[in-house]
Design a protein around this ligand. Structure first.
Ligand code: FEO
Length: 409
């Protein structure tokens, strides 16, 4: 592994974390990278740093190109510690002339590091600095995904350094998305979007509109995690689609079960969906990680959730998944709930509460079964699947009709 030139005199100098498996509750089975970039111009400028424990890997990469004291500027596009964990040490080592950050970045730096004598300079959207032959334009990207987040754009290189946006948690020896098999980076970008950015989809739409209005000429997007996009249209189109909550003709059934009753219900609901031509994913909350479930939810038109009643509530596994799901704010979904119970039977009501919080269109009160479902109860579950499936089909048929009318107009 070494520093790698991604544009003339622009280098990746980050670090690869092959072994991380949990990132704030997100299962990072494939590791991640902390990308930092160095521009060698009349002014030498470092964009972001890396997680503290990876500082030496970044210093090794930097050392292949320059003496750290040659760094004139550091740009802090984002203060979260996976990118600023080495910042204090780098400032000590490099003694930069200036450290640039957004207005909210200044507040974040102050409250994270309590610096006394750092040469901080605040830059806002529309501000730019010259590095000599290259310039850096700044664009604040508040809540993508922190208040301080900022993009840096180098027009001479048509290069957008995009902080967390457009990233993937994916460790690799390669640096560019197109060096991996087709779709591999996009698959991880989708999981990253679902788990980190879906909640901010409105902001993503606004950002894409702003970038469009600015008419930025971009032929490379370099995020702070994962692979770099040399064909940015791929990831820009995907972000546009994901941020509009676009779904497939698909339902996701998320459930957990104590003695297989709720599981039997889940399987019969899926059979009902299948009978009307709707694809269903049946995901046990015990066997699937919350961060994988949320990817399936993002791409589905319906979310059907099931739990038996436990202690007047729902199973802890379902509470975990639903709390996580609700926080990420999936939208434009059809919802339904089901579950078995022994005596009190509150689970379906609680599950419907989560669905209502997610602004799901709840198309019926749900199916409750006492103890073990008999043939009639399983038929009721099948009918629930049919009902949800038909609602999905109607939603898609309405979209098609709308498109036909639009075409005729
Ligand atoms: Fe990769 Fe928000 O830090």
């Amino acid at each position: 592994m070494g520093a790698e030139e991604i544009k003339k005199n622009v280098y990746w100098v980050g670090a690869v974390d092959w072994n991380i498996r949990d990132f704030h509750g997100y299962s990072t089975y494939k590791g991640t990278t902390y990308n930092a970039y160095l521009v060698k111009d009349e002014k030498v400028c470092l964009f972001d740093t890396v997680k503290a424990s990876f500082k030496n890997e970044m210093l090794y990469h930097l050392g292949q190109l320059i003496d750290p004291e040659e760094v004139d500027y550091i740009v802090v596009n984002h203060v979260e510690l996976d990118h600023s964990g080495s910042l204090a040490d780098m400032i000590k080592l490099c003694k930069p002339e200036k450290v640039f950050c957004s207005p909210m970045g200044l507040k974040a730096i102050q409250t994270h590091f309590h610096p006394v004598d750092w040469p901080l300079e605040v830059v806002k959207s529309g501000d730019s600095i010259s590095l000599g032959s290259k310039t850096v334009h700044f664009l604040e990207t508040k809540m993508l995904h922190w208040p301080d987040s900022m993009f840096s754009y180098i027009p001479e290189d048509k290069l957008l350094i995009s902080s967390d946006a457009f990233g993937q948690h994916l460790a690799s020896t390669e640096r560019f998305a197109d060096e991996l098999p087709d779709g591999a980076a996009l698959l991880e970008a989708e999981k990253y979007y679902a788990n980190i950015l879906m909640i901010f989809s409105n902001n993503v739409q606004k950002l894409l509109a702003t970038v469009g209005e600015m008419d930025l000429d971009i032929d490379m997007i370099a995020p702070d995690h994962g692979l770099i996009w040399r064909h940015p249209a791929i990831i820009l189109e995907a972000y546009d689609r994901w941020s509009q909550h676009t779904a497939e003709r698909k339902a996701v059934i998320v459930y957990d079960s104590m003695w297989h009753s709720t599981e039997k219900m889940a399987k019969n609901i899926s059979a009902g969906l299948r009978s009307v031509g709707v694809h269903a994913r049946v995901l046990s909350a015990k066997s699937n990680h919350r961060s994988d479930i949320i990817v399936e939810v993002m791409g589905a038109k319906a979310v059907i959730v099931g739990s038996p009643t436990l202690n007047n509530g729902i199973l802890p596994t379902m509470a975990d998944v639903l709390t996580y799901m609700k926080g990420l704010r999936p939208r434009k979904k059809i919802g339904a709930a089901f579950g078995s119970f022994g005596w009190s039977g509150e689970s379906v009501k609680i599950l419907n509460g989560f669905l209502a919080d997610m602004q799901c269109e709840i198309i019926e009160p749900g199916v409750k079964v006492k103890n073990v479902p008999d043939k009639d109860a399983l038929q009721e579950c099948f009918a629930l699947g049919v009902k949800v499936g038909k609602a999905i089909n109607e939603a898609f048929d309405a979209e098609v009709d709308g498109a036909v009318v639009a075409a005729e107009d």
